[in-house]
Design a protein around this ligand. Sequence first.
Ligand code: G2I
Length: 262
Amino acid sequence: VTAENEMKWDTVEPSRGNFNFGPGDQIANQAASHGQKLRGHTLVWHSQLPGWVQSISDANTLRSVMNNHITQTMAHYRGKVYAWDVVNEAFADGSTQHRPPVFQNVLGNGFIEEAFRTARSADGSAKLCYNDYNIEDWNAAKTQGVYSMVRDFKSRGVPIDCVGFQGHFGSGGPPSSFQTTLSNFAALGVDVQITELDIAGAPTTGYTNAVRACMNVSRCTGITVWGVRDTDSWRASSTPLLFDGNGNKKPAYFAVLSALGG
Ligand code: G2I
C-alpha cells in the first residue's frame, strides 16, 4: 500500500515544525490491520511542497528543515513503513541533470546524498528508495542520469537500497527496453520496483509486459498500481487502472493475474 497524498510534505508538515500524521496514520493503520506492507511516499519532492519551504533561500535553514522533516517523519513511521521514497522526481525531464527548484537551487548537487544519509540515520531498517517517472526507457537521458547517480552512490557507500520506476505509461505500455533497465539497475546492487503503475486505456498487453518485465528480474521486489478504481485515478479520463468506476475487474486485471502466475 502507498498513500497517494497523505504522507507528502504539505500534509505532514504544513507549517514549520508542526507535524500532522493523522491522514497518514489512517492509511498505516488500515495497512497494518490487513497485513499489508506499506511504502512511504515521499520525503523530499519539489511538488506538494508547502510555500513556506519553497520560499527558503538560505542553505543552512533549508538543510536543517529538510533533515528535520526526514528525521521526524521516519521516526514516526519507524517499523510501519518498510520502504521510503526518500527523494522523488529530482531529475529534470529529458535531461541528466537535477531539476532546479528549490532543493537543487539552494543546496546544490549534494542534496540527494544528504537526504539519503539523514534517512539512514533516522531509520536503519527501512529500505531507502529513489523514485521517478520516465526512467523506464534505457535509452532516455533521464534514465542515464539516475543510473549514474545510483552507481556513484553505491561506489562511495552512500546509503541507497532501491529505485522506484513509477510506470505511468501511455497506451503502448512500457518501452521495449524496460526489462533491460530494471536488470541494469539491479546489477548495481539495488532492489527495483514498479511503484505507480497505470497505463492509458488499461490495455492487457501493456499490463502483461510491465508485470513480466518485473517478474523476469529477481531483484524486482514490488509492483504497485497507482489507484484502485478508474474514477479515483489522477488520470481518470484515461481509465488506466485494473478496476472500473464500479469496482468491477477489467480485462487488465485478469491479464495481470495471469502474468503473476494465476
Ligand atoms: O502525478 C501523478 C503522480 C506522479 N508521481 C508522484 C505521485 O505523488 C503523483 O501522484 C499524484 C496524485 O495521484 C494526485 O492525487 O500527485 C498529484 C499532485 O502532484 C495529486 O494531485 C493532487 C491535486 O493536484 C491537488 O489539487 C489535490 O488537492 O491531489 C490533491 C489531493 O486530492
